[in-house]
Write a protein that binds this ligand. Structure first.
Ligand code: HEC
Ligand code: HEC
Length: 466
């Protein structure tokens, strides 16, 4: 499969931007269409309500299956760890939207809980639609409603698109997408659960057999035999497989992983009003000349009414500064390059992907106290300062060496620094340009991000069966 050059990612984002502009003019097409296409936060200030509410297709709430109930018990049981003191929930806490429960850049792990990890735990919520990792045509992921004709017309006028068209005629850009973990190296929730189980800096079990032995002598023995047949107890690999399958079922079936009870979900459905600050924040989030956040953190329902997950499930190199607090970073030769390694091995030669990490969801993001793949920031204000200043005032983002030289993109070896996104707003500016966001803009965007916290409404409005 042909891997694309990073600049074509910008072409895609440009398409999305153009599509927004075009669709913005198409507001007369009836309610659903106009909702989907119009810049929904634009227009007169109004009363904070959504002028074009839509019903959302939410996951049905139903009682957990017996397998998921077993998975739930395992998720909270420290039995699964080598130390006997750490469960999945220790690093992915339900009280924090399945984010880590503290501000540590990385969580302690290992048999003695004294080993430091390399990356902060991502939220486990809202993964129910995540597809396996692939490098495929852009737009094959759930996307905002595309109008193919308008997109095609926009592409014709786009010089960068036609340059791409020369290389791969009529083929959409091929981009890495989907997968779990910051580098997409696990495909299914079941396979994923093996990784922390055996990872020496996480749950640190010696082997699958060691985990199986614990399960075979645990209070779950009977449940496993009942659900998967008596033979399971004597088949270590199968036993652990089913345990991981059960945890995966819990993550998929339990509504706590995808409640959609945020204020923004209520607003999308016409059941809440945003405050003036939240509304301004939404506009800035959507505005290609300001935050442009929605180009990657998708904030609109898909064309068939699925609620937005605030990620396009694609990968970007943002050039996040190195985090000196990580133990691994004491070695100046250590670099976490995301898609091209060191934890993921299969794309090591695809150096155009070095430095790229999965765009995370922003739902419940203010329940986190640690941000980005290396946990370098601890507040949303710091994150927003990074987006705002990286291109225009890098001196405020990166450190200097002993000679006073600015170390721009200091967490990437020089050879890969060209992979850093300098084309998508707000990164398309130059040193000395005015910053896209003023201090009050940043406050407003953060106010909007607060509306993505679950728990605003006790039940997802409109969920069938509720
Ligand atoms: C010591 C802390 C720790 C424990 C315990 C732990 N995890 Fe994680 N988890 C992490 C970290 C760190 C990552 C990100 C790793 C990476 O990207 O390389 C992660 C990633 C994940 C992901 C991918 C999420 C995403 O958005 O891509 C899933 C799913 C997951 N863990 C499930 C589990 C399950 C299930 C358990 C229990 C069997 C568990 N974790 C135990 C730290 C932990
Ligand atoms: C070009 C795509 C892109 C744009 C535009 C973008 N982001 Fe991101 N965002 C990402 C990626 C990729 C990451 C993860 C980067 C990493 O860790 O190296 C990320 C991470 C984040 C995080 C950290 C989340 C976590 O769990 O650690 C926040 C918060 C965030 N973005 C908010 C925003 C806001 C607000 C804007 C608009 C000002 C924005 N993003 C614009 C792609 C984008």
């Amino acid at each position: 499969m042909q891997a694309d050059h990073p600049t074509s990612r910008a072409v895609r984002k440009t398409h999305r931007r153009l599509a927004r502009l075009l669709f913005g003019a198409a507001g007369a097409f009836g309610c659903l269409a106009s909702y989907a296409f119009v810049d929904h936060a634009a227009g007169p200030p109004g009363d904070g309500g959504n002028p074009h509410p839509v019903p959302l297709r939410l996951p049905k709430a139903q009682p957990l299956s017996a397998v998921a109930l077993l998975g739930k018990a395992l998720f909270f049981d420290p039995l699964l760890s080598g130390s006997g003191r750490q469960s999945c929930a220790s690093c992915h806490s339900p009280a924090y939207g399945y984010n880590p429960p503290n501000a540590l850049a990385v969580q302690p792990g290992g048999v003695d809980l004294r080993k430091a990890g390399y990356r902060p735990p991502p939220s486990l919520a809202y993964l129910y639609r995540q597809r396996p990792f692939s490098i495929g045509p852009d737009g094959s992921v759930d996307d905002v409603a595309p109008n193919l004709n308008a997109l095609a017309a926009a592409a014709r006028k786009d010089p960068r698109a036609s340059k791409l068209a020369n290389a791969m005629p009529a083929t959409p850009a091929m981009v890495p997408q989907g997968g779990l973990f910051w580098d997409g190296r696990a495909d299914s929730l079941q396979r994923q659960a093996y990784l922390p189980l055996l990872n020496p800096v996480e749950m640190a079990n010696r082997s699958t057999a060691a985990v199986a032995a614990k399960l075979a002598h645990s209070r779950y023995r009977q449940d496993f035999a009942q659900l998967f047949g008596a033979g399971i107890i004597d088949d270590p690999q199968q036993l652990v497989d089913e345990a991981m399958f059960a945890i995966g079922r819990f993550e998929i079936e339990d509504p706590s992983f995808h409640p959609f009870t945020s204020k923004y979900d209520a607003w999308l459905q016409g059941q809440a009003r945003l405050t003036p600050a939240e509304m301004r924040g939404l506009r800035l989030f959507d505005d290609p000349a300001k935050g442009n956040c929605a180009a990657c953190h998708l904030d609109r329902p898909t064309r068939d009414g699925l609620p937005p997950l605030f990620t396009d499930t694609q990968y970007e190199a943002l050039g996040v500064p190195r985090n000196p607090a990580l133990a691994a970073n004491r070695d100046p030769r250590f670099h976490d390059l995301g898609l091209c390694g060191p934890f993921r091995k299969d794309l090591a030669t695809q150096t155009q992907y070095c430095g790229m990490f999965l765009t995370p969801t922003l739902r419940n993001v203010d329940r986190r106290a640690v941000f980005f793949h290396n946990g370098v920031y601890h507040s949303l204000t710091q994150v927003l300062d990074f987006y705002n200043l990286r291109s225009v005032a890098p001196g405020k983002i990166y450190p200097r060496d002993a000679h006073g030289r600015l170390l721009v993109y200091d967490d990437l070896p020089t050879a890969y620094q060209a992979n850093v996104d300098t084309t998508d707003a707000p990164f398309d500016r130059h040193v000395g340009d005015p910053a896209p966001l003023a201090a009050e803009d940043i406050r407003d965007i953060i106010a909007f991000l607060h509306t993505l916290d679950d728990g605003y409404s006790s039940q997802a409005p409109g969920r069938p069966g509720n």
